[in-house]
Design a protein around this ligand. Structure first.
Ligand SMILES: Cc1cc2nc3c(=O)[nH]c(=O)nc-3n(C[C@H](O)[C@H](O)[C@H](O)COP(=O)(O)OP(=O)(O)OC[C@H]3O[C@@H](n4cnc5c(N)ncnc54)[C@H](O)[C@@H]3O)c2cc1C
Length: 423
């Protein structure tokens, strides 16, 4: 039994009810928090108010952020790669909650920029590491006619009796080269500042792009943007996560050496779903950081603002609303960290686990940012206060990295498959 001499306030760390952070973990958390507070948050706020063109212009503070982030070494790929699975499962969530707490668009920018380099290192191929290891990159999966269909790459959710569309990008194998034509969606993150892509696209290996089971033949290939025939669209204007730029990439008879293909006909699906599993897991912890930022702003505000003859927090109704935000942020973190532990644990990573985290946390973060904004009254709606930005950032997350309803459908299929295997 627990016993208290008196009912005292809980001891809360940066991340709430944390009881078991090691000294090393706490110091990583402190470094990330300081960088997020002093560098990311002010730059993220500036970028949010700029046009999409201004965000990527040479004089934009985005470049200062990228330079400073590299100097911190926080996301050094070799250091992260050298960690044990257990360390990754504990330290990566600590890092990303703090960075996204500072500015989620900037946290995602850095992660996406490193995606192709990370894939090159993972391949262990010295040619790819040399060519792509230092390039800024993007993760190009969706196309104008293949948004949710991309999330359903294995076509398990197609309408009965139908096939998925052929899409907009097709590669064909010609001798030692892959020849690519078509365009990505306008939503490929970091494209306007990227120098290469990890591209997932339909591929004709000699017998067409359609697969007999209703899906498509795919390839996962690293494409440098200095090849002839590659061009980019304009950066996209959008509602939230405005510090994370997006845009199309166009391919016109782009000839890529076959050695840049990471995964071919038999393994591209697995590679795509692996990337989605990692991305969804990251979204879960990142939007825990966004929800926490909104909760903390609200907590501070209700201790300052007076209405009804008292500070807002003195009103009982407000205290219940604050506690509701607190427990939702704790639930987000518990879910996100649990899924990191599962994915790096003995059963191996699973998409259903990551979908549970991404969909739950982003939906909850959207509720938390909206309810926190409500506590600011009219001030919450103005650009003078941080809440309206956080609400817009959280809104974008219900669609980014897979729209939540489609992800939930996919998750339901996977859970049903597990049930059927066990019974
Ligand atoms: C901020 C942001 C960042 C992004 N970054 C990237 C990136 O880095 N790389 C990249 O490749 N893409 C990226 N995307 C694209 C993103 O993955 C897609 O927007 C998402 O998968 C949804 O596709 P869509 O926009 O084409 O919507 P659609 O697929 O057209 O969906 C429209 C609606 O139809 C519903 N729907 C669709 N299919 C079904 C179905 N089978 N059953 C029931 N309902 C269905 C959906 O639920 C949705 O509400 C990003 C998007 C955003 C918003």
């Amino acid at each position: 039994m627990f016993h208290f001499d008196k009912l005292s306030a809980p001891v809360l760390g940066l991340t709430g009810l944390d009881a078991a952070l090691s000294e090393e973990e706490r110091s990583i958390q402190d470094v990330c928090n300081r960088f997020a507070r002093e560098v990311m948050r002010p730059i993220g706020e500036k970028l949010d108010k700029m046009s999409a063109e201004e965000v990527i212009a040479p004089e934009s503070p985005l470049w200062d952020y990228l330079k400073q982030m590299e100097e911190t070494g926080i996301l050094d790929l070799e250091a992260l790669g050298a960690m044990s699975d257990e360390e990754k499962s504990r330290i990566i969530p600590i890092i990303f909650e703090e960075l996204a707490w500072g500015d989620v668009g900037l946290a995602m920018t850095m992660m996406v920029l490193k995606f192709p380099a990370f894939a090159a290192y993972n391949s262990g191929n010295p040619e790819l590491i040399e060519r792509f290891g230092k390039l800024r990159g993007c993760w190009a999966a969706t196309q104008p006619d293949r948004g949710s269909d991309m999330v359903d790459l294995d076509a398990s959710e197609v309408f009965p009796g139908s096939n998925q569309g052929r899409g907009n990008i097709v590669a064909r194998l010609e001798g030692d080269e892959l020849v690519i034509n078509g365009q990505t969606s306008a939503w490929v993150s970091a494209t306007p500042i990227a120098e290469c892509a990890l591209l997932y696209c339909q591929c004709d290996y000699g017998d067409g792009v359609h697969h007999k089971d209703g899906g498509l033949n795919y390839t996962a290939v690293l494409v440098p943007f200095d090849l002839e025939g590659v061009s980019k669209g304009k950066p996209l204007e959008k509602l939230g996560m405005r510090s994370l730029c997006q845009g199309e990439v166009y391919f016109d008879e782009v000839r890529v050496p076959k050695s840049y293909v990471l995964e071919g006909q038999d393994s591209a699906y697995g590679s795509f779903f692996g990337a989605l599993t990692f991305g969804n897991m990251e979204m879960g912890i990142s939007f825990t950081g966004v929800a926490r930022a909104a909760y903390e702003h609200a907590l501070e505000y209700v201790h300052e603002r007076k209405q009804g003859g008292a500070t807002l927090i003195e009103h009982q109704g407000v205290r219940t609303r604050i506690f509701d935000l607190f427990r939702k942020v704790e639930s987000c973190r518990a879910m996100a960290q649990r899924v990191f532990a599962y994915n790096y644990g003995p059963n191996g990573a699973n998409l259903a686990a990551s979908i549970a985290s991404k969909t739950f946390v982003t939906q909850t973060a959207y509720e938390v940012t909206s309810d926190a904004l409500q506590l600011f009254g009219g001030n919450g709606l103005t650009t003078e206060y941080p809440l309206e930005k956080l609400l817009r950032d959280a809104r974008a997350a219900l669609i980014a990295d897979g729209e939540n309803n489609v992800l939930t459908l996919k998750g339901g299929t996977l859970i049903s498959n597990a049930y059927q295997q066990n019974n």
